[in-house]
Design a protein around this ligand. Structure first.
Ligand code: EPU
Length: 429
């Protein structure tokens, strides 16, 4: 089993270029069956969730090739509407292929979604929306089976602005006949990125990035050339690495306006933050001050940064409160941070943190992706050598994290050598 070993206590200093967004890339890959052309994607992150998704696309008949860091997908050969195996390790967005496969083949079969265990994560909005577009879907033996002879535009409303449901239904509706509107849509940057990608393939979408999206159905989508925007969660994690190690880190290649909630909260905690047109710099000149945080849909404070942020607040002066409003149980990091000397308690969905001056090394386990990121941050600040187990969770969403942290001066290594980047060894399916 691979583990990460981190010798903490070194201020991290330097510049880090942020790779493409996991959640944007996964949304784009879900839309691939809608296209009958050649899709060229730049800046796709080399993370395990992307490789799982690409294997799913291959099993549906797509030709996938990495060339010099660029991903080429030939969607014209996609012939299958069900995966070769239904027991492959599921990821959440595997399920988001359901609508696009229905639009292409009129039928589809996919296993129930997986993903990080951070709450119930139902898919009822997706299923209701697909039904409104004209699909009939049943759950049979752990798989969703769908048929849709003819997809038709509909008026869709969400009780909560779900990022995944907005992406799934917006993509599916591009090939439905007539007009679809999505009300109370998510306005996450990854929704806007997907809309831009779909439009680059010939879709007609208005209002992405607002709470009402209108999709005018077209008869076919073609290929395109598209760059995946930078990952705001990875960017946020590196900013926190600067703050927690009392270092000086500049993250580049990002859209600072996507980081506003995070930047404001860092400033409130008395961390020094500067911004430029495509960068944010954090200087951890002092211990942060305790603050209150409430997670919210975009542009509120992102739930995905709540766990990494709690590692920083664990060493704050005074107490902090983090209220998680999106997921019921995004708390896997708390017990592990407490092993490292943090003083944290949980009341329902709220974490109460009494800041301590120093975290101490321990052997800890990642329970999910962002819990893993929180543990890395804690390890970077702790005295002694921290060991993190279950790092496959971290590999789901952080590209070459130990290489990037090492370049900033961190002492971090895997017990086994990092695999050869899959980009470099993969060829045609
Ligand atoms: N929800 C429902 N029914 C649905 C869909 C969502 O009740 O049919 C609820 C969820 O249970 C949750 C809330 O709506 O309480 C928001 O869920 P959303 O659908 O927005 O989340 P998601 O699309 O499943 C994406 C990211 C998550 C991120 C959330 C919120 C991907 C692959 N995942 O999930 O990312 O936390 O949006 O921003 O895009 C991560 O990267 O660590 C991660 C978990």
């Amino acid at each position: 089993m691979e583990v990460l070993k981190i010798r903490g206590g070194t201020p991290l200093v330097g510049e880090v270029e942020i790779p493409g967004s996991k959640n944007a890339a996964l949304a784009l890959l879900s839309a691939v069956p809608l296209s009958k052309g050649q899709i060229v994607l730049h800046n796709v992150p080399d993370i395990s969730d992307v490789h799982i998704k690409l294997n799913m696309l291959k099993s549906f008949g797509a030709l996938v090739e990495w060339r010099e860091g660029t991903l080429y997908i030939d969607a014209s050969t996609m012939h299958s509407w069900k995966p070769e195996e239904v027991d492959q390790r599921p990821i959440r967005t595997g399920f988001y292929l359901l609508g696009p496969l229905l639009a292409r083949h009129g039928r589809a079969l996919l296993p129930m979604p997986g993903g990080c265990k951070i709450g119930a994560r139902p898919v009822d909005y997706h299923l209701k929306g697909l039904a409104m577009l004209g699909a009939k879907i049943e759950l049979v033996n752990g798989c969703y089976q769908g048929v849709a002879e003819h997809l038709k535009g509909a008026e869709i409303y969400f009780d909560f602005p779900s990022a995944g449901a907005t992406q799934h239904l917006m993509a599916t509706a591009t090939l439905a006949e007539g007009v679809t509107t999505i009300q109370n849509a998510a306005i996450e940057p990854e929704v806007t990125a997907l809309a831009a990608f779909l439009c680059a393939m010939g879709a007609r979408i208005e209002g992405a990035g607002t709470s009402t999206i209108t999709i005018m159905g077209v008869s076919q989508l073609n290929g395109c050339n598209f760059r995946v925007p930078a990952d705001r969660m990875q960017a946020g994690t590196y900013l926190l690495a600067g703050a927690i190690t009392r270092g000086d880190i500049r993250v580049t290649g990002i859209l600072p306006e996507d980081q506003t909630a995070m930047v404001q909260k860092l400033k409130e905690a008395e961390i020094t933050v500067d911004e430029g047109p495509d960068w944010v710099r954090v200087r951890g000149e002092r211990r942060p001050k305790g603050i209150r945080i409430r997670t919210m849909p975009h542009p509120g404070f992102p739930t995905d940064i709540q766990q990494p942020m709690s590692a920083l607040l664990a060493i704050a002066k005074g107490s902090s409160v983090i209220e998680e409003t999106i997921y019921e149980s995004r708390i896997g990091h708390v017990a592990e941070l407490c092993r490292m000397g943090a003083q944290m308690t949980i009341q329902n969905r709220t974490t109460i943190i009494e800041g301590v001056e120093q975290l101490h090394y321990a052997t800890v386990e990642a329970s999910d992706l962002r819990a893993g990121a929180a543990l890395i941050l804690a390890g970077l600040a702790a005295d002694g050598e921290t060991t993190i187990k279950n790092i496959h969770f971290i590999d789901r969403g952080y590209e070459y994290i130990e290489q990037r942290l090492t370049s900033l001066g961190a002492h971090i290594k895997r017990t086994d050598k990092r695999r050869t980047p899959i980009k470099d060894i993969e060829t045609h399916s």
